[in-house]
Design a protein around this ligand. Sequence first.
Ligand code: GLU
Length: 428
Amino acid sequence: MSTGSSVALTDAQREEYNPFLSMQKGFNTAADYLGLDEGLREVLRSPDRELTVYLPVMMDDGGVRVFTGYRVQHNFSRGPCKGGIRFAPDVNIDEVRALSAWMTWKCSVVDVPFGGGKGGVICDPREMSAGELERLTRRYTASIMDILGPDRDVPAPDMNTNEQTMAWIMDTYSMHVRNTTTAIVTGKPLAIGGSRGRTEATGRGVMISCREAMKKIGLRPEDTRVVVQGSGNVGGIGALLLYREGYKIISLSDMYGSVYREEGLDVPAVLAHLREHRRLEGYTDAEHRPNAGQLEVDCDLLVPAATENQITSENADRIKAKLIVEGANGPTTAKASEILHQRGVVIVPDILANAGGVTVSYFEWVQDRMGYFWTEEVVNSRLEQVMVKAFNEVYSTAEKYKVSLRTAAYILSIERVASVYHLRGIFA
Ligand code: GLU
């Protein structure tokens, strides 16, 4: 169920689906294992800075509309804040807070020298023209640029934003500061300082996480039936890379429905159809099904790569997969995670599984600052090293504390951030 659902929620559901409370639950469990003192918990549980902006935008029909945007900086003790910007109708401050905190933990898990931030604008990009989106993006950038900068806060793409959005952000910032500042944003087109391999990086990281987890639980790609929720930058590319490794992808979905084929989908053909028609509808070589129930399809590996709160206490008992690799941020609620962990289902958590994107964002930022660009092979092999190292560190932390991989990832990342506070002290 999505938080944007129009069905009235009970208080218990509202609490379960609040991503910021979910993040705090995960944080508190790990902080208990670490014996973190109350003062530091207070510091790390809450964001450092939140900015809300109201953005007047001239629409194509000549009218003006005012959009609401946010940028939350959760923590910058380890380096500049880093994290994407999403455009969606159901963006809200608690979601952006949670996502920015998850960026802090994510950067720490893979040990890239960034803190966490996240931005969002409440809008429906499907109903906006390219011109309206450009004006909205430029106005949003101008409104938050006092807190941005290559050494302060570096945005990137997220849901419904892409290379083009990043190019507008880079241009708007550069025009204001009167020099071309490529390192202000990552996920840019190659021609203006983007990195080779960035577009595929999150999907590649998901594929690497699947492979490492499968080795631990003794599954082979050719015997593995995979359900992927989503078919965008993370789900689509993740599915394609898994398909190339020999996994059998039996289901993929988009916003409107899912496709299913027991013998395995021809993933390149499904993605070609999507590129052409922008939706799965009309793809001929598969059975079409509604999205409800897709996560409960009988499979070995489930990759939720769409949005938050998809696996909840309501459907956790019906999930059949033995392994879940979280491509999206926050797809499993804290309550559902607990139920699945008790049932012995292994979950590779979002802050590890989808960290490939921010890792290559870090490589992009480094390349921009050096003015020297790497080959795709170099990018991919460095990404591989970072992901495998992080996976093994999380896995051994889980063994050491006898906890789930999610709690282990939080323990590892919080410990790293806490150690920085011990070294730097609290500025007075
Ligand atoms: N939006 C992506 C994420 O959630 C990428 C963030 C980045 O590269 O800064 O990890």
